[in-house]
Design a protein around this ligand. Sequence first.
Ligand SMILES: Cc1cc2nc3c(=O)[nH]c(=O)nc-3n(C[C@H](O)[C@H](O)[C@H](O)COP(=O)(O)OP(=O)(O)OC[C@H]3O[C@@H](n4cnc5c(N)ncnc54)[C@H](O)[C@@H]3O)c2cc1C
Ligand code: FES
Ligand code: FES
Length: 1314
Amino acid sequence: MPCPSRSDELVFFVNGRKVIERNADPEVTLLSFLRKNLRLTGTKYACGRGGCGACTVMVSKRDPTSQEIRHFSVTACLVPICSLYGAAVTTVEGVGSMKTRLHPVQERIAKSHGTQCGFCTPGMVMSMYTLLRNHPQPSEEQLLEALGGNLCRCTGYRPILASGKTFCLESNGCQQKGTGKCCLDLGENDSSSLGRKSDICTELFVKEEFQPLDPTQELIFPPELLRMTENPEKRTLTFHGERVTWISPGTFKDLLELKAKHPEAPLILGNTSLGPAMRSKGCLYPILLSPARISELNVVSKTNDGLTIGAGCSLAQVKDILAERVSELPEEKTQTYRALLKHLKSLASQQIRNMASLGGHIISRHSYSDLNPILAVGNATLNLTSEEGTRRIPLSEHFLAGLASADLKPEEILESVYIPHSQKWEFVSAFRQAQCQQNALPDVNAGMRVLFKEGTDIIEDLSITYGGVGAATVSAHKSCQQLLGRQWDELMLDEACRRLLDEVSLPGWAPGGRVEFKRTLVVSFFFKFYLQVLQELKKLIKPFPVPSVDSHQPLQDPVGRPVMHLSGLKHATGEAEFCDDIPMVDKELCMALVTSTRAYAKIISVDLSEALEIPGVVDVITAKDIPGINGTKDDKLLAVDEVLCVGQIICAVVAETDVQAKRAIEKIKITYEELEPIIFTIEDAIKHNSFLCPEKKLEQGNIEEAFEKVDQIVEGEVHVGGQEHFYMETQRVLVIPKTEDKELDIYVSTQDPAHVQKTVSSTLNIPINRITCHVKRVGGGFGGKIGRPAVFGAIAAVGALKTGHPIRLVLDREDDMLITGGRHPLFGKYKVGFMNNGRIKALDIECFINGGCTLDDSELVTEFLILKLENAYKIRNLRFRGRACLTNLPSNTAFRGFGFPQGTLVTESCITAVAAKCGLPPEKIREKNMYRTVDKTIYKQAFNPESLIRCWNECLDVSSFHNRRKQAEEFNKKNYWKKRGVAVIPMKFSVGFAATSYHQAAALVHIYTDGSVLVTHGGNELGQGIHTKMLQVASRELKIPMSHLHICETSTAMVPNTIATAASVGADINGKAVQNACQILLKRLEPIIKKNPEGTWEEWIEAAFEQRISLSATGYFRGYKAFMDWEKGEGDPFPYYVYGAACSEVEIDCLTGAHKKIRTDIVMDACCSLNPAIDIGQIEGAFIQGMGLYTTEELKYSPEGVLYSRGPDEYKIPTISDVPEEFNVSLLPSSQTPLTIYSSKGLGESGMFLGSSVFFAITDAVAAARKERDIAEDFTVKSPATPEWVRMACADRFTEMIPRDDPKTFKPWSITVA
Ligand SMILES: Cc1cc2nc3c(=O)[nH]c(=O)nc-3n(C[C@H](O)[C@H](O)[C@H](O)COP(=O)(O)OP(=O)(O)OC[C@H]3O[C@@H](n4cnc5c(N)ncnc54)[C@H](O)[C@@H]3O)c2cc1C
Ligand code: FES
Ligand code: FES
């Protein structure tokens, strides 16, 4: 069969329009094609690995077998365009737009306040839209499943779910608790209502306003494609790219012929295995064979003894097929199918399951494969075909280990998989433990099957297979054989566990780490299986539950109302433009960064020659090209002679395309000479006296004397891991040099454009006034876009200056995570003296944070940490000390909460320890030691804790805390392997910067002659809704509707010398500046209004213009005078405090360490919220981010200091299924804060720490388990409380059974840096 050298035409449809691509390159993904070729930028790039859902689009295809049109969601970053022949793609732009018609999904997500920064929103819209195309009235379970693969770092998911639930069957509002009522509508009597007792917030959206869903209005499947599929093209299609050729045969015979001709060519189905391998491991396959048009691979056949499924069926189809079979057959025959179904629900995301094929999954033989262990124990067989004929091989341990004798021959393909029915007296189960419930690769999984001699409990056959414990799926064949003939009893269990541990051994240095945890899971899973089977045998299966404003306020005045985020609808339609959505500019070049692979080394040489030879490469920018200043002495923009961490930027390649630039960086050869000492951990930094700045210390009372008079003293340690910002939009910048006067326009995703401007100015040695930084919106910042964007802006600017071309720099997720640093890991030691009644008399805390290799914000973080350590407690004798360690890790930086979330975990852990020693519940110790009356903090700032007490009491009340504590205790008495924990945590969070110069802001307000108003201010829109709030302020001040007002962008040319949008005060200070500008303008208009009081706004403006009255004003706010004297330990560093309390309840599984969040109640003192919808969104979003910090987000470093966790697959931020089953937020009725705009409060950061209530609920449950097991000694508090930590802390006979390695005998896979 000929293979033409000319490419065929690739035909597919996008949003109803035909696309004909004559030179389709197999290496081009749909995401890149949409964004670059079609300029459809609504589909976003955030990870490029199929792990975040930001690039979700819908693909529609006609099924070759059933002839039905299938609509399914996919992640466009993993879809090669060549796979789309004959498909119709729908992107967010095709769903609806502001210009034509909004789709109900778009309208509802925006109006339900489901968007903040909006970067995840198009992906969310597309997942929901696809669901509705298939199920116009979905169930809540289907909704959760559809959204499980879409990450959002801002909202905390609750409002997104609420919008989706409006489509669900019997939906009425958000149905927060399945009551059929919106939680926001529940009245005074419902103690868990979001808006309970609050005058501000009774309803955050009006569902009656929503357009109904009308499925007849959707885009139809293009008739031309229908015709194409009716008479399918049988010809082989070939697409030649620069390096890869894609061959798509039209018949099975041709496929076999091609496979015989190109045995080394892989078959490409979902590309979810090949794609990531080609991207991250640099694998290149010159020929790819696509069997997408071969219907034989999709055949499903049912027989009396089993089921044969075509290897080309997607995992989503396999799920449907199995579910159908389970509903048709008796339970005893479907044990294997049920086990497969269980894992198919949690395997990857809906999008990946839609793309990945059964064949691709099996043949990839990933060691973590969730299905192979079950298929293996279920005795599945593989039907192979080649030109030579067909044959069957078992999906055995030998096949899984890749033994040539048990494997496919190179010319063979997998046609289908046969899975036999199970039989009576046979039980099959599947187990899996991952960092999160959904969308996370498993740490360990297992398939287990046992067959009993009929009517007995004697084992006739046993198969156990594990994934995640070796390079391939591992079978415990020997152990199983040795257990044949045994009775299913405790003795067998004990022997089985010992044998399994012996056979499934894992070395201490095993890749992926968590070795002892994994060993424990090997036996814990078997124990679970043992119990399940025992119950089955007794027929006693108990499934594990799956998881207002003042009435006098004028109607026109929007302040205090839940006004939708200004960009909400644009987020939902994909029309909101982010930095990298700016169309390509004339002569634009792309930049890619070259980073150090050594942690501390001298640079001996840098050889650029090979890189410069790559076609399209224009230049390589090094430190020598910097005309001005290369950063600071200790923090260079581009490394010069030495590198201080893996990930430090050494140089940057400039090329015509990003692909060329990335290829070139691989060709740059750098030689190093290692330097010493290399320090990664806090422990090593202390040992080497390696610190970034002097110790910060605060002291009050006489601590030594107090320790002598107390009843008891406890000492302890707390380790808190770092955190990655994981903003959905990675760092990006576009620098456009102008032809005159060295002017530069910089479009950058930053929280601090003035800092970018200043850094570029000093780097290029040109005055600040030639540089304009523009920030339209930022796709999430969380502190990570305060300092770092200036580095990227400056390097790109050097490239722009040198080449004379505009430069675009978009960081890949991997690079972003490697280079930018994050939250400081912390190690804390405490010594606490207290009376037997729980009154704390003396507290001494010393904290060390891991600052990384440069100072950055580490000194400030240390100061804030120390200032905030006391949290809500009045303790007379205190000593707080803090130091920032200098290590060879990327520099850590600002992160929401700025030290408070880490430090205060030490304080609260100390309280828990006191409670344990006094034999009292922790909440009693908290209450006993809390501030009660007007008082002074440790740094002698006076404050009134009234709102703190109110939040605490209200939280105890709304959460029915005491009742639930009793219920949890009852539950714990009855359950040995599951434990519940509850915790309530108070919070006093100081807002603002501890520096006076940061408490200022400016705004510029222009009124145009048609009456429309343009507002600009110094704050940046990061998703926190600052622009919406600013227009609410301007609307109230000018007394005009918000529709007259507009904010275009934040620009250093409009408002100079701005302050970073951070420290929760963005709306406070900029709001005052906007208010000032509006008041100036209104004052100027006053005589005109007085003269014509019945006139309209437009008439007054016209008259003002006629009378030569300036219609433009600068507003300015000279804010709080912050002051702190560290010598004396006194000051007034913060303008005010935000108070709150949170109560959480969890249930842990002691055998696996998994937990589920049963309920969370938050009460927050928001004073007079400017916009309750936005503020609640901030609280919820921060809480969920905090929950991630304390429970799942774990950074892993190699012993050489290389960050392993560089994407959503290795680093787990919370997903939609991690939101507590019941989640209630209420705002305290108004209190007053004279210092802020309309007595509102900045709520951006504080909610983060409340996520620790989940952490303390987990430790409460762990403590209950340990008490029951009579484990007397205290456990070391370690955050995050991952399943690994929980499992190992719930020590039992299984954890005791596992072998332990002497740490000195091996090099561990990863190190702990906190
Ligand atoms: C974000 C993400 C999350 C994931 N999470 C999980 C998870 O939680 N659990 C889990 O188990 N897996 C997970 N996976 C892995 C996923 O299950 C596999 O990548 C997928 O099943 C591979 O199928 P595919 O069709 O995409 O294979 P492809 O990438 O298209 O092909 C993979 C390999 O299979 C070969 N092949 C395919 N079909 C045939 C055939 N018929 N005959 C012969 N050879 C064939 C190809 O030659 C190729 O070498 C995840 C993947 C991603 C991207
Ligand atoms: S960018 Fe495609 S899934 Fe993240
Ligand atoms: S709104 Fe979801 S990531 Fe920002």
